[in-house]
Write a protein that binds this ligand. Structure first.
Ligand SMILES: *[C@@H]1O[C@H](CO)[C@@H](O)[C@H](O)[C@H]1NC(C)=O
Ligand SMILES: *[C@@H]1O[C@H](CO)[C@@H](O)[C@H](O)[C@H]1NC(C)=O
Ligand SMILES: *[C@@H]1O[C@H](CO)[C@@H](O)[C@H](O)[C@H]1NC(C)=O
Ligand SMILES: *[C@@H]1O[C@H](CO)[C@@H](O)[C@H](O)[C@H]1NC(C)=O
Ligand SMILES: *[C@@H]1O[C@H](CO)[C@@H](O)[C@H](O)[C@H]1NC(C)=O
Ligand SMILES: *[C@@H]1O[C@H](CO)[C@@H](O)[C@H](O)[C@H]1NC(C)=O
Ligand SMILES: *[C@@H]1O[C@H](CO)[C@@H](O)[C@H](O)[C@H]1NC(C)=O
Ligand SMILES: *[C@@H]1O[C@H](CO)[C@@H](O)[C@H](O)[C@H]1NC(C)=O
Ligand SMILES: *[C@@H]1O[C@H](CO)[C@@H](O)[C@H](O)[C@H]1NC(C)=O
Length: 694
């Protein structure tokens, strides 16, 4: 009997969490389904069955049977609980001549944020008026894979909440990819419900159905229902109060659930009385017993918990020590393996190991106030080591094997890399599950912060930018060639370039980097990197070469020249993808329109032109068309040298010009890229940047 009551007690607690019965229904006397779709109120078939004409559904019959329509949308599903309906829309080809504008302004509907703006095409930028947009590129059909929508042939991006007007602008650049129609499309599609196919790029005249979601809202809900503000900011969607069921939109509202009829919904063994939204057990002595059993049960659990907690605490310290030494052993082994694999020598002895205790002290128990950087995977703390050196301490947030390998990889790599423009690793701690890395502390933030901080725009002049570019290039060249192994950074971006007090560049964050023996030219690796900086060719093929870093470096050059982020939200559609726009202007000879106004000066115009052209070459779609990092480095060095000469007064304008044009020849003279057959040699290189982060 006691056991039974415990069970009942438990059940009654459970029933508090269970939700009401889901039910979909039309008004009485109205047609309930059409073509297999439940038409629930506020929607309805016929004047008197819909809440008002905005919700009027037309059940239309044709040769294939019935289909419900709301205006011109075919309804696929009505979901009362989330206030959403799924509709099918026709994506039809007008080959970019005319855009569908869907205006929901005077309807109780909006586009759900669970839709994606989707665009297809081979040189296409698509934007909504609020600046959300994405770009898609390809140079031939071979670049494109069915069912992927990551910026090659197809791109997609989440839209903002409460969108009422779908009015996408498409900008198609005049770049013909082989064997494709030059049609671009932009439309909304339900997340994960759109399968891209090459048909979009080939066919000129066709239609297909794509599903998307609409949120609906009403002004007021029926009785016994919650009115929840709809995501769109206008109107409400409705749900039944606890203990009630039915359709919360109907004038009758939700109806009471009779808990007494269902033994799983009440705890009374006898004498149950239903009340609105709940129930009562009239047998008070039984109630008392139930309350007492609940209480005694509760006390028992609290006591048990206390005892467990006590022992847990006691053993935790012992466990922790054991765990740390286990971690150390495991990680040390992994580090040894990594070192031997990559350099055929074991330099683990040269690596300094910190104890976890020391790092705890250095960071004040990992005090949040000491955080100087935080990403999705790791946190960087500023700390004071025992020997009074200031250090940046990077700790992982997630414990996975991949993460472990990345941290070990970085420790192994940096422990045998010495270059004045590469951040130094002071050592690591292997006692945490994922090793913790200790770097020299670089005081002046990242290049990205210097370029894009809204507080101090353009704190860097052109001289500094050019020097930083050249320093980073020399660090990459060193990584590529100076050691017995080739190292690909794989995640080059301005946020990974640190600046010290003298604004000297220090390349950092080698977690993703790969090291291969020098006789290999490429490896196949899972794609890693940052959208916007990622080499589209590598993205597509997974084939990692030196040229992937060259591409990312090209993006950094564009950032230095324009002061703009490679991916950002712009109201001006033309500027949406800075990289595409940059290349377009470069080709039209107008790239100076995009240069950062704060560094513009007649005396450096030629330098900017050379660097812009260099960036354009780095951003070529095909890796083989790009210059090597060594060529990039010497071009930049050349620009600096000629600049210095000029500054020292040796100058004659001609000499400067001659030096510059030498540099240009050097870049252009490389037959690797100038004569290879892209579809059309006069076409500009084009690069892809996936989409705009929001
Ligand atoms: C339609 O409603 C009935 C009961 O009202 C339910 O059994 C059925 O699963 C619903 N169909 C769909 C597609 O939701
Ligand atoms: C319902 O839809 C069909 C086809 O779309 C149309 O021919 C018919 O006129 C519509 N009926 C009403 C009442 O709107
Ligand atoms: C759609 O966008 C275009 C260009 O952005 C604009 O000229 C037009 O007025 C917009 N139409 C509507 C209905 O908002
Ligand atoms: C383009 O089409 C032609 C003729 O159908 C074919 O020979 C050629 O290989 C195609 N090119 C590509 C890149 O698919
Ligand atoms: C591309 O589009 C333009 C106009 O939009 C058209 O004149 C041209 O013929 C098209 N090119 C191809 C290859 O379809
Ligand atoms: C997309 O493809 C998957 C399998 O590849 C299929 O299950 C799904 O139904 C397709 N979706 C649409 C909307 O065609
Ligand atoms: C991609 O899908 C289209 C249309 O379904 C098909 O014709 C084409 O062969 C597919 N391509 C590949 C590589 O599977
Ligand atoms: C229909 O009802 C909705 C919500 O109650 C309201 O926003 C809308 O204006 C109404 N439409 C018409 C045509 O009355
Ligand atoms: C609706 O609002 C109520 C309170 O007003 C809240 O408890 C409930 O979680 C909300 N439901 C949804 C689906 O947001």
């Amino acid at each position: 009997m006691r056991k039974m009551r415990f069970l009942l007690c438990f059940l009654s607690i459970l029933s508090l969490f269970s939700t009401g019965v889901d039910s979909q229904m039309a008004l009485k006397g109205c047609q309930e389904t059409c073509g297999g779709v439940n038409i629930s109120y506020p929607f309805g078939i016929g004047e008197n069955c819909a809440r008002n004409t905005s919700f009027l559904v037309n059940c239309s019959k044709d040769a294939n049977g019935e289909k419900p329509y709301l205006r011109s949308w075919e309804i696929v599903n009505i979901e009362l609980e989330s206030g959403e309906i799924t509709v099918n829309t026709e994506v039809s080809s007008t080959c970019g001549d005319e855009m569908n504008i869907i205006d929901l302004t005077d309807r109780p509907l909006s586009f759900s944020e669970n839709n994606k703006l989707t665009a297809t095409g081979c040189a296409t930028n698509a934007f909504l008026p609020d600046g959300v947009g994405c770009s898609s590129l390809c140079s031939s059909l071979e670049d494109v894979t069915n069912n992927t929508c990551f910026g090659t042939g197809c791109c997609e991006i989440s839209i903002n909440k409460g969108l009422k007007i779908f009015n996408a602008s498409i900008i198609t650049y005049d770049i013909t990819a082989e064997n494709t129609s030059n049609c671009s499309y932009a439309f909304l599609a339900k997340e994960n419900r759109f399968n891209f196919t090459t048909d979009f790029l080939i066919k000129r005249e066709w239609t297909m159905l794509v599903e998307y979601l609409l949120d609906f809202a009403v002004d007021d809900c029926g009785p016994n229902a919650n009115a929840n503000k709809s995501a769109t900011g206008f109107g409400n969607f409705c749900s039944c109060l606890r203990g009630f069921e039915g359709n919360p939109y109907t004038p009758d509202g939700c109806t009471d659930i009779n808990e007494c009829e269902d033994p799983t919904l009440n705890i009374c063994s006898k004498d149950c009385v239903n009340t609105p939204g709940s129930f009562k057990c009239t047998d008070n002595s039984r109630n008392l017993i139930i309350i007492v059993s609940c209480l005694s049960g509760g006390i028992f659990f609290v006591l048990l918990g206390g005892i467990i907690f006590f022992f847990y605490k006691k053993s935790k310290i012992i466990q922790m020590k054991k765990l740390r030494s286990e971690n150390f052993k495991q990680n040390y082994k992994l580090l040894e393996q990594t070192l031997i694999m990559s350099s055929h020598e074991n330099t683990a002895e040269n690596t300094k190991f910190f104890s976890f205790n020391e790092l705890e002290k250095a960071t004040g128990q990992f005090d949040r106030a000491r955080i100087i950087g935080e990403g999705g995977h790791g946190t960087v703390y500023k700390g004071l080591l025992l020997d009074q050196r200031v250090a940046a301490i990077k700790m992982s947030k997630v414990t996975t094997q991949t993460e472990k390998e990345e941290y070990i990889n970085e420790a192994a790599l940096l422990s045998r890399t010495y270059h004045k423009n590469v951040v130094k690793v002071l050592g690591c701690c292997l006692e945490s599950a994922v090793p913790t890395l200790v770097y020299e502390y670089i005081a002046n933030g990242t290049l990205s912060e210097h370029l894009h901080s809204p507080d101090n725009p353009s704190s860097l002049g052109w001289d500094d930018r050019l020097r930083i570019a050249s320093e980073v290039a020399s660090a990459i060249v060193y990584l590529l060639s100076a050691s017995s192994n080739t190292i690909f950074h794989r995640d080059l971006k301005s946020a990974n370039i640190l600046l010290d007090e003298k604004l000297t560049a220090k390349l950092s964050d080698f977690g993703a980097s790969k090291s291969i023996s020098s006789d290999q030219t490429h490896i196949t690796a899972t794609v890693q990197g940052t959208i916007g900086y990622l080499d589209p060719e590598y993205y597509q093929s997974g084939k990692l070469t030196e040229k992937s870093d060259v591409y990312s470096f090209g993006v950094i050059l564009v950032e230095l020249l324009t002061g703009k982020k490679p991916i950002s939200k712009y109201i001006n559609a033309e500027e949406g993808s800075v990289i595409i726009y940059f290349i377009k202007l470069l080709r039209e000879g107008q790239v100076d329109l995009l240069f950062d106004q704060s560094i513009m000066d007649d005396s450096i115009k030629d330098d900017l032109g050379v660097v812009a052209k260099l960036a354009g070459e780095c951003l070529r779609l095909r890796g083989e068309d790009r210059p090597t990092m060594k060529e990039v480095e010497s071009t930049l060095e050349g620009v600096r040298r000629s600049k210095n000469k000029k500054a020292k007064g040796i100058n004659h304008e001609e000499e400067h010009q001659r030096l510059l044009s030498d540099q240009m020849k050097m870049v252009s003279g490389n037959e690797n890229w100038s004569t290879t057959a892209t579809s059309d040699n006069s076409q500009p290189p084009i690069s892809t940047s996936k989409s705009f982060l929001r």
